[in-house]
Write a new protein. Structure first.
Length: 339
């Protein structure tokens, strides 16, 4: 992958010019670094280092809390424009809601590096960012024009946060009524075809007497999904509040430093290899099915991929925004300065 002047990785060349899948689906962390990471997580002895595992764990927790808080800030913006839109639907309001959703995605994508070790994001992920989703469970599609929660008032008389919580995964793994991609579908709608995209949902789907049916229920759904996503994200910020000794983050910092580093390494390597390399890049390439793209309704999957990769590199180097300090990279250097 090409590294930009900012030190982040750019997928543009690799995705546009490669002729061999193995050529561009290669983890950007080199094999030597990965081996050193295994040494770090398995407890191999290293030479003298000014950085301790405790330092690395604390910096990770500080950075992650800041990342989560930035996501909350973006979701507060999204909530504000969604509230304004559902109160008075308009074309401009609809585009503002789409723009606010897109603005939240890169920052959220960076924090996904905190998955894969049984932490708070692992518990929340299913309701926040799982995909693919079955659109027919939410609202109308081209094949089922009267489908979904929106169009079943007898089964679901009231659409609110409680309903979305209680119907999560109800009846199927892809029956995901909440989270980023549910909101994405409500804003863009289904893709017209494998070749065409993004979705073309009109704002009049939310206007009484406009297109589709149950416009009032669709407004309720969009607001409830947005409110729930923000609430779940605020819960993650609280989980990493180091001023609360009972929070997950505080207990991780106070616990075994080596266990903490193992979790950090597991998160960044699993996101980079298992999730980004295989599930998010290789699977869609092999199936050539647009639905296997993460953000297929808005056609913004490229943003997700870059954000994930940047999150891995930030975590490896112990940085996020204006925050920077002890890192896994420092521990690796203590093992092999040549890396």
């Amino acid at each position: 992958m090409k590294k930009s002047s900012s030190g982040y990785f750019d997928l543009t060349d690799t995705l546009s010019g490669a002729t061999d899948i193995g050529m561009f689906l290669r983890p950007s962390l080199g094999s030597g670094v990965l081996c050193a990471l295994l040494s770090v997580s398995c407890g191999s002895s290293a030479g003298p280092s000014k950085v301790t595992e405790s330092d690395v764990v604390r910096q990770y927790a500080v950075n992650l809390k800041a990342n989560y808080q930035d996501v909350v800030t973006k979701l507060v913006d999204l909530q504000a424009v969604v509230d304004a839109f559902v109160a008075a639907p308009s074309a401009a309001g609809f585009e503002a809601a789409r723009a606010a959703w897109l603005a939240a995605r890169p920052i959220y994508g960076q924090c996904e590096v905190s998955r894969f070790y049984g932490g708070p994001l692992d518990e929340a992920q299913g309701r926040m960012n799982e995909w693919p989703i079955d659109e027919n469970f939410l609202d109308y599609t081209y094949d089922i024009p009267d489908g979904g929660i929106v169009n079943q008032p007898d089964a679901y008389p009231v659409i609110d946060v409680s309903l979305l919580q209680s119907t999560d995964h109800m009846g199927g793994l892809e029956n995901l009524p909440a989270g980023f991609h549910a909101i994405e579908f409500l804003l863009w709608g289904q893709r017209p075809s494998q070749e065409d995209g993004p979705g073309t949902r009109p704002y009049t789907d939310y206007v009484d007497g406009g297109t589709a049916a149950n416009q009032d229920r669709r407004r309720d759904y969009l607001k409830a999904a947005t409110d729930l996503l923000l609430s779940d994200m605020q819960g993650l910020v609280a989980a990493w509040d180091l001023s609360n000794p009972q929070s997950y983050g505080a207990m991780m910092v106070a616990g075994s430093p080596h266990d903490g580093v193992q979790n950090i390494v597991r998160g960044l390597t699993d996101l980079h290899i298992s999730e980004l390399y295989y599930e998010r890049l290789l699977d869609p390439y092999v199936t050539m099915d647009r639905k296997d793209e993460e953000s297929c309704f808005s056609e913004s999957t490229y943003t997700d991929l870059v954000a994930n990769d940047n999150g891995v590199m930030d975590t490896y180097h112990g940085r996020y925004g204006s925050h920077a300090g002890a890192s896994v990279a420092d521990l690796v250097t203590a093992i092999d300065p040549a890396l």
